[in-house]
Design a protein around this ligand. Structure first.
Ligand code: ADP
Ligand code: MG
Length: 491
């Protein structure tokens, strides 16, 4: 008898490796970056030459601490490094420097938002606990070609922060939401760039299943080295189905290390527990225990940006933005700050500004030659966008005209008011002239019926008179003023 999948609950814990945004490597002065010739970015320390000693890169430690502060973790007074010994040519020293017992970051949590939001309602939120994060060195890259193998040590020694979650995730969607949220937090704080195409974020994905309601965790498998969010999602889906199949067939799950073939969309066994490495960890004698002063922590705490979802709540609750616009803005710190600069210049209509930024501005930026989207090269400045919304709010131009002016602003970079004047778009606010037109329209027998209805209490009937007035002013009359005048003359 087969059980519906809903009888099972999946449990996921992630180990996320992110390359930190630093100039130099983690224990050496060599710079690092993407797209260099093989072995261009090495030095005697990276190559592990005799007589060299590692020196801890302050920037890498500070970025790690900053991450800890972003997720509300504690930053212990001391951290230290251990040697993880293994013999493989991707690491010239035959050991990797990592933090086993005294990591730089302990605890913390990441807020995630699950799918299912609508225009005005946020998706469900949940907190995923972080177990710890430790600072280690990345290893080189091997390419196996023909009968030989080639090695590139450019990546060796790049600072890698390994962020380990508690087994708090319960679906592929939660794993995806976690990684998106984590990437936003890391990039917004300047801790890491998380460019997955450059391999800057890699993930080990631990998956187990248990009967819904059971307390004890099931046996997990660990799928190594996933380099995209979609691979993590697909691995969870694949492993969940595979484990359910195994258990329902009366077999058991082996605690094993697995790989993922993204092209075939299937996992495979790398090694089982019997082959587990004994890394003979021991404290590295070359690097003294590092004391992390509270002054450093306090200074870094000032660099923590507003949390993504705190910002989202503020936009929705305090500024009254629709959720759809708020969620787009908060994903990109530069975009959110651009929006806030515009609101500062015209504080009375944040939604009007948000809609233009989240829809029109992003669309035109994406379509412009400056792609990928960069606000620095945006021809419209925040105060100029505010100026456009202000003209619309004051009834100087209509919403329809605002679209036209926006397009013009985006190509020319000119102020909205200048464009409105040059194009003669300014809506007519000359009361004298408009009063005459309004009176003429009211006198027209064609609208007598609407007038009678309005006077009988049907408020909406007044709208039938606005079209003919607009027509006679070629659309330039101020709609707010038309409404006022109509009410005055019909009273
Ligand atoms: P190790 O150090 O042997 O890799 P840890 O206990 O540190 O093991 O866990 C590593 C990761 O695996 C963590 O993210 C943790 O949340 C996750 N994990 C541990 N047990 C389970 C389980 N039964 N199911 C799913 N994930 C698990
Ligand atoms: Mg592990």
């Amino acid at each position: 008898m087969s059980n519906a999948p809903s009888d099972w609950e999946v449990v996921i814990g992630l180990e996320v490796h992110v390359q930190l945004h630093t100039r130099a490597k983690v224990f050496a002065s060599s710079p690092w970056g993407f797209g260099k010739e093989p072995n261009e970015q090495v030095d005697p320390v990276v190559l592990g030459l005799p007589g060299t000693l590692p020196v801890v890169n302050r920037e890498a430690v500070e970025k790690s601490i900053l991450f800890g502060l972003v997720v509300g973790a504690s930053v212990p007074e001391h951290c230290s490094w251990d040697r993880k010994n293994y013999f493989y040519p991707d690491n010239p020293k035959n050991y990797q420097l990592t933090q086993k017992d005294f990591p730089v970051v302990v605890g913390g949590q990441v807020e995630i938002e699950l799918p299912g939001a609508s225009r005005n309602v946020m998706g469900e939120h949940k907190f995923i606990r972080i177990h710890h994060a430790h600072l280690e060195e990345d290893v080189g890259k091997l390419s196996h070609a023909g009968s030989g193998s080639l090695v590139d040590y450019n990546r060796a020694g790049v600072p890698l922060l390994e962020i380990v979650t508690e087994p708090d995730l319960r679906s592929s969607a939660e794993a995806e939401a976690f990684l998106r949220s984590l990437v936003a937090m890391l990039t917004q704080a300047g801790v890491a760039d998380c460019d997955m195409e450059k391999g800057q974020l890699r993930c080990d994905c631990n998956v187990s299943i248990r009967r819904r309601g059971a307390e004890k965790l099931g046996t997990r498998t660990e799928t190594k080295n996933l380099n995209s969010i979609s691979s993590v999602r697909d691995t969870v889906i694949y492993e969940t189905a595979r484990q359910i199949r195994e258990l329902e067939a009366g077999r058991s799950i082996t605690q094993e290390t697995r790989g993922w073939n993204a092209e075939l969309a299937r996992g495979y066994v790398l090694r089982d527990k019997e082959d587990a490495h004994d890394y003979r960890y021991f404290p590295d004698p070359d690097i003294p225990t590092l004391k992390i002063s509270r002054e450093t922590v306090a200074r870094l705490a000032k660099q923590v940006p507003e949390n993504l979802y705190d910002r989202q709540r503020r936009y929705v609750e305090k500024l009254g933005l629709p959720y759809t616009a708020a969620s787009v803005l908060v994903n990109d710190r530069a975009l959110a700050e651009w929006f806030e600069a515009a609101v500062a210049a015209h504080p009375t209509n944040p939604s009007g500004i948000a809609n233009l930024v989240a829809n029109d501005l992003l669309r035109d930026l994406a379509a412009s030659a400056t792609a990928p989207v960069s606000l620095e090269s945006c021809p419209i400045k925040p105060a100029q966008l505010a100026g456009l919304v202000k003209l619309t709010d004051e009834g100087v131009i209509s919403k329809q005209q605002a679209k036209e002016v926006f397009a013009e602003m985006f190509t020319s970079g000119r102020d909205a008011a200048a464009i409105v004047d040059a194009k003669g778009l300014r809506q007519n606010s000359d009361t004298g002239e408009l009063e005459k037109i309004v009176q003429e329209v009211i006198a027209d027998p064609a609208v007598a019926k609407s007038i009678a209805e309005y006077r009988a209490g049907n408020e909406k009937a007044i709208n039938a008179l606005k079209g003919p007035i607009m027509k006679r002013t070629q659309g330039k009359a101020n709609p707010v003023l038309i409404d006022q005048l109509l009410r005055k003359f019909l009273a």
